[in-house]
Design a protein around this ligand. Structure first.
Ligand code: HEC
Length: 160
């Protein structure tokens, strides 16, 4: 009976292998799949902020400062990516997380300042505040956009 019990053991072992692999892949699936994964929710949030900037330019041209204020407040209070995505992003930025958060905070503060300037209704103040807001967007893009796009969208070129 010795050989047949050995055969049993080894066939059981073989049957166990695919499951072990599936479980291992299941655990590793998230980070492995990320370059080809869906666009980040962050990307949709960014697109919306881009549209907000256009609304600000348009409102400034028409001296419609109420529209400028509304768009600036929407940028200041932009939504956050879902928690799971946020954790992936923060795991990726690693020790740069405080820098990323500081830049996010700076953009928030600049957008709030722009809303305040718009409320004041002084065109030059609005334009100056808009300039500062654009610079705060640019600062983060220059640092983080390319690595994010490469990591999460699998594109070698950060621009498109
Ligand atoms: C704290 C960092 C940070 C700040 C601040 C920031 N962005 Fe971004 N932005 C990113 C990253 C990272 C990407 C790339 C995201 C991606 O492709 O998934 C991006 C991408 C974008 C894109 C391209 C989206 C697309 O179509 O692929 C736009 C538009 C954009 N941001 C607008 C803005 C505007 C406007 C501001 C300022 C009001 C701003 N961002 C501030 C990090 C930031």
């Amino acid at each position: 009976m010795q050989p047949s019990s050995n055969a049993m053991t080894s066939s059981r072992r073989w049957r166990a292998v695919p499951w072990a692999w599936l479980i291992a892949l299941g655990c590793a699936g998230q980070p492995l799949a990320s370059p080809a994964a869906e666009p980040l929710a962050l990307q949709g949030i960014m697109k919306e902020m881009g549209r907000g900037m256009q609304a600000i330019v348009d409102g400034t041209s028409r001296e419609d400062y109420a529209a400028v204020e509304k768009a600036a407040l929407a940028i200041a209070g932009h939504p956050q990516p879902p928690l799971g995505e946020k954790m992936r992003l923060m795991a990726f930025v690693g020790t740069d997380a405080p820098r990323y958060k500081a830049m996010d905070g700076a953009a928030h503060d600049s957008a709030t300042a722009l809303a305040k300037a718009a409320k004041g209704g002084n065109g030059e103040d609005v334009i100056a505040a808009f300039h500062r807001l654009q610079s705060s967007c640019l600062a983060c893009h220059q640092t983080f956009r390319k690595p994010f796009v490469e990591q999460f969208h699998g594109k070698a070129d950060g621009r498109r």
